[in-house]
Design a protein around this ligand. Sequence first.
Ligand code: ACK
Length: 216
Amino acid sequence: GHLEEMSLPLFFGWFLLSSVQDKVRCTSMDFVKTLDTLEAFKKHFIDCEFTGKAEKEVDLEQYFKPTEILHCTTKFCNYGKKDGAKEYAVKDLYGSVFELSLSALFVTPRTVGARVSLTEEQLLLWPADAEKEVEASASLPLGSRAHVSLGCAEGVEPVQTGLDLLEILAVQQGGQSGELVEEMELGSLTYYGEGRWLLSLREPICVPACFSSFYG
Ligand code: ACK
């Protein structure tokens, strides 16, 4: 009936515990600030991906608006309108705390995010079609889209963060290795063209996150 339909959330996912949210935000903010100071970033920036204009300076800290709740979406249900929303029955793990491994940070002209490397157990909660929705990434391994959105440029929706990650991974898979730009304290920074940067973390950031849902 009507009430039953209403009981499906906007999405299911792992929600970072509040104790680690600040740490993740600070790490990503430091990364964005550092990126902003690199000559290589300025050089590519002038070709202009970030503003569309030939501006020489951009304050990335202002450019990206922080996302509200740090989480990694598993199933986007859209209150039941999305395919497979009803079948996504994961009640037995609801409320469990998992340890998520953030393995990379990335920045594009649209979004900032963290890549999440899922364990076998975590992959059991991952929808089989998450990567297939995007043509370019249909052959990427299950879980490739897993991410935490950290910030979006003005007018960009958070769904874009996962799409940007898939694009970068599709370029990697296509055999283009990207241009290794710099060994940084946190890891190696690679440029994938079109304003896409990925910092592969030397030590993944491990964060506790509760499997739950968001109604909004
Ligand atoms: O950063 P995210 O994973 O991207 O978290 C938000 C959350 O749901 C609430 O908007 C994600 N989201 C939005 N639309 C979709 C979609 N069509 N497919 C997958 N995830 C989505 C968004």
